[in-house]
Ligand binder design. Structure first.
Ligand SMILES: [Zn+2]
Length: 296
């Protein structure tokens, strides 16, 4: 069974009881699982942040002594009839020691990997993709159809990535080529405006990566599964037009982040953020020149 996180900041990655957060959205039953957390240096989270902003982010969501922000990894599973849909799959044992827990939390929620019918990938970064293969090299979700943004696929599968991408991205490209390559014969390419299934629509939120997508789930005032369009529940909301150090196309990322938050605030659309404090659900409320994240 899933256990609570006992690391020093005492904020668990998921409920210690294993009672995962569940809710109804439209005609989907959604449960938020977790892959654990990753650590990100504060200089990446808030490269232009003030010392006060940085201290606040570290105190609320990280380890101030180490200067590391703990980015949780909230992974929704959406169920409707026979459909069991995961949005992103975590990193397996291939990225950081504090993540790679999704299969464990999925089983704790009573779902076996073989039951997953679809996997949607918001983008090709390790903390979202690298759990593709189990330790024995087979697909961890062997019965799933995989849905990937066409632009994202083309970016990472570039055979000339060594010359086309900066050195820092080469390990990510190698991992993406390994994992995308493993689903080559069962992938469905997505474009903005497509429906994954009825009630789940693809939104263009490029910038964090060139083909990053978010998903809008129909019902009520809507739910947007945002992925990494706004990675910090504090500074991404307060300063939507500030840089985030891991965005590949910063100007595009800023434009799409500002646009998404403005829309979510205006429409009172609920957001689910991959890296926010579990379960990563809340609203953007206008505050100053930006927004405030209100869990709910
Ligand atoms: Zn991420």
């Amino acid at each position: 069974m899933a256990q609570g996180d006992t690391r020093p900041d005492r904020r668990p990655d998921w409920p210690a009881t294993g009672a995962f957060h569940g809710f109804r959205q439209g005609d989907f039953d959604i449960t938020v699982l977790s892959d654990g957390h990753i650590t990100v240096p504060i200089g990446i989270v808030a490269p232009d942040g003030t010392p006060a902003d940085r201290a606040e982010v570290l105190a609320a969501t990280g380890d101030p002594a180490a200067g590391l922000v703990h980015y949780k990894t909230n992974i929704p599973v959406l169920r409707r009839g026979g459909e069991v849909i995961l949005v992103d799959i975590g990193s397996g044992a291939k990225y950081q020691p504090s993540d790679g827990r999704l299969e464990q939390t999925l089983r704790a929620a009573g779902i076996v990997p073989e039951a997953v019918t679809r996997v949607v990938l918001t983008h090709g970064h390790p903390d979202h993709l690298w759990a593709m293969l189990a330790e024995d090299g087979r697909l961890r979700y062997p019965n799933a159809t995989y849905h990937v943004g066409a632009t994202e696929w083309d970016f990472w599968m570039d055979p000339d990535y060594r010359t086309a991408m900066p050195d820092v991205l080469h390990p990510f490209a190698e991992g993406a080529q390994r994992d995308f390559g493993a689903i080559r014969d069962r992938v469905v390419m997505l474009r903005p405006g497509d429906d994954v299934v009825t009630g789940i629509r693809v939104l263009d939120t490029a910038g964090h990566t060139p083909g990053h997508i978010s998903l809008e789930v129909a019902g009520g005032d809507g739910l947007i599964i945002a992925g990494d369009v706004a990675t910090s529940e504090i500074v991404s909301f307060r300063y939507p037009e500030a840089r985030f150090g891991y965005d590949t196309l910063p100007d595009v990322a800023i434009r799409n982040r500002a646009r998404l938050l403005a829309r979510a605030a205006a429409d009172r659309t609920r957001l689910l953020g991959y890296h926010w404090t579990y379960p990563g659900l809340g609203f953007a409320e206008p505050q100053g020149s930006g927004y405030r994240y209100v869990p709910g």
